[in-house]
Design a binder for this molecule. Sequence first.
Ligand SMILES: [Zn+2]
Length: 97
Amino acid sequence: MIDDARWWEMRAAASGAARSYTCPFCGERLHAGMEHVLLKPEGDSSRRRHAHVTCFAEARRDGRLPTVDEWRRATREADEQRQRGDGGDPERGADAR
Ligand SMILES: [Zn+2]
């Protein structure tokens, strides 16, 4: 299973190491030397995961792997919504008063 993280650092990797890894998305093995994607939850190298390119692409498409830029943008939008007060619902705002 993939770690719980607010954002992910990600890059393509083609390991020449004889070691093989388990993909966190499908649980299948990555073969040594195979092109894959290196994922670091919140940039943490100690928790890095190696995933299949296809599994990674699917997770990105589903929005499960935000980059730090996407996370910052989402956080900023949430902050702006809070600052506006009632989240754009006029009825709920009237009730609060
Ligand atoms: Zn996989």
